[in-house]
Design a protein. Sequence first.
Length: 94
Amino acid sequence: MNIGAAIREARKKQGLSQWEFARAIGTSQTHISQIELGNNKPGYKLLDSISKQFQIPIAIIFWYAVEKEDIRPEKQNSYNILKSPIDSMLNEII
């Protein structure tokens, strides 16, 4: 699971720099950078601020954080079938 990559992708889709995003959610650009690089994990309070900034539920951030390796082998086929349509639907929300 790569929560940092999911946050980076959502931030970029909104056209925000790390600095602008950090300011909007009340943290530092360095902290955002460390999260996006995977060197730090956001706590619940920060995730809540992030989801409010993006105006999406935290669950959507977690969906984008899921990587293929996170899915059990016996569930890979179902994941592969569902990923693209779910991503398309969620992209309309973000």
